[in-house]
Structure formats: structure tokens, C-alpha cells
Design a protein around this ligand. Sequence first.
Ligand code: IPD
Ligand code: CA
Ligand code: CA
Ligand code: CA
Length: 275
Amino acid sequence: MKVPFQEDAYKDIIEVGQKAASFIRQHFQKKDFEEETKAHDNSLVSYVDRQAEQIITRGLAELYPDYGFITEENTIRQDDQRDYYWIIDPLDGTTNFLHGLEIFSVSIALSNRSGTLLWGLVIDVMNEDVYHAAKGQGAWKNDQRLIQGDSSLKMSLLSTGFPYYRFDKKTIYLTHLEGFMASCRGLRRCGSAALDLCHVAAGIYGGFFEYDLHLWDIAAGALIIRESGGVVTDFEQDHENWKLAGHVVAGNPRCHQEMFDQVIKRNPTQPKRTS
Ligand code: IPD
Ligand code: CA
Ligand code: CA
Ligand code: CA
């Protein structure tokens, strides 16, 4: 499956993402936003998330009027029944953004109707780094091609995100966490899943694991990892189900396998698939 546009179109799409990133950066510096809560007390949002989303959807609709959208903040009609649709998280790491911690990103992926990810972009807003990948054509951080290493679990830093709402998963999550603590170099929880995945692609982390993410958190980052030569699965080593379930284990091929062999498979209770 080929990407439905030529390489010279990447620049225009990246520019749309950069416009949103620059908007977010300006407001982060001005601190002129108020936080609002969504369905849960710790599910936060502000007008910056929504405006950034509109900057992205308007820019992309101008470039590709026939494509649909799936977006976190719902500022546009949701439609994944077109031949192609964008999957957008305008600000991944909202909690960090609102609390003044400079770790957050813009995430944009392109899927076809059958759910194959074709293109992905993650912008590290404060560092102004651009990660992108096209299916079958590799992954880049700015102009540098990303090629996976093969660090072992023992020699790797791992990254994770804590379960927020689904406390049924807390016990198994904590069991995995304890196992990983004893078997890797160190664990980090930085607060932007999209960026965590890019940091796996860049070899900073050997692996990443988190439950209950949304497709907009992980679609672009997952393609970037795969195109760098890394592996993305759910907690049962299924290579497709993570998109539906939102449960992700990612890493360089060696570290990913060792995460299963040394920790996940040894833990007695695996939560059942949600789909
Ligand atoms: C969140 C971040 C965070 C992850 C949460 C996500 P948001 O996205 O990716 O790292 O742990 O599960 O919801 O809400 O800041 O876009
Ligand atoms: Ca959110
Ligand atoms: Ca997110
Ligand atoms: Ca978000």
C-alpha cells in the first residue's frame, strides 16, 4: 500500500503541524490559558488543545479536501469511512502543558479505510524536533534517518504511562512495573505517549509499555517505530490489536522480545482483550 501522495507533499503537511506547534509554544510561554476538565478530574483540556486541532484540520482539509478525520477534541465531524483519514492528537501531554512541564507534542497520522497506517508525524513542540515516517519508506528525526539498535532489556531505559481510569488494570500494571524495575536500567514516565514512542524509534528507550491509550496517542508514533525497524504489539504480542485495544508494548526487536520473556509472560494474570 503506497502513501497517497509524493514525498514532496510531506513538507506541506509538516508545515501544518508546525503551525499548530508554534501556536502551542506561544501560549505555553504566555501562560494565558485556563484548564478545564473533561469526563474525569484528571482528564484535562484547554482552548489551546481545541484551537491547535482546528489549525491542523483546516490546514489538512485545504490540502486534501476528500480525507476524513478522527480527532481527540472533536472540533470537526469524525469520519473514518473515507478512503483516507487523518488521526490527530493536537496536543499530546496536556497535563504537562498545563503544569508548565516542557514535554508535549503534536501527533498526526494518516490511515486508509481498512486501518493501515500510511504516514505519521510527531512534533516535539518545545525542542522543535520533527519525527515522521511513511509506510515502507523509513522514519526520520528531522533530516536524520532512524534505524533501530538492539539494546537488551538489561541495558535499556524503558518508558511507560500510568493507568489513569481503568483501575481494574492497576494490579497487573503494577506487577509488570515491578518486573521491569528489576530487569532494566531505569524507568521513565514523561507524559506524552506519542513522544515516548518517538524516543523508542530514536533508540533513547529500548522499550515502552502502557494500557488504555487512544489511537490518536499512538498511531503516528507506532508507524515511526515500525519504520525505524522496531516492533509494536499489544500485551499478547498481537501486531494489530493494539490499535483497537490501546494496550501497547513497543521496542527494538531484542528488547521487545525480552520484555515478554523476562517480565510479561512470567506474570500470572494478563487482562483479557477488550476487543
Ligand atoms: C495522554 C498522554 C500520556 C498518556 C495518557 C494520554 P493527552 O494524552 O499521552 O502520556 O499516559 O494516557 O491520555 O490527554 O495529554 O493528549
Ligand atoms: Ca486528553
Ligand atoms: Ca494524547
Ligand atoms: Ca491530547
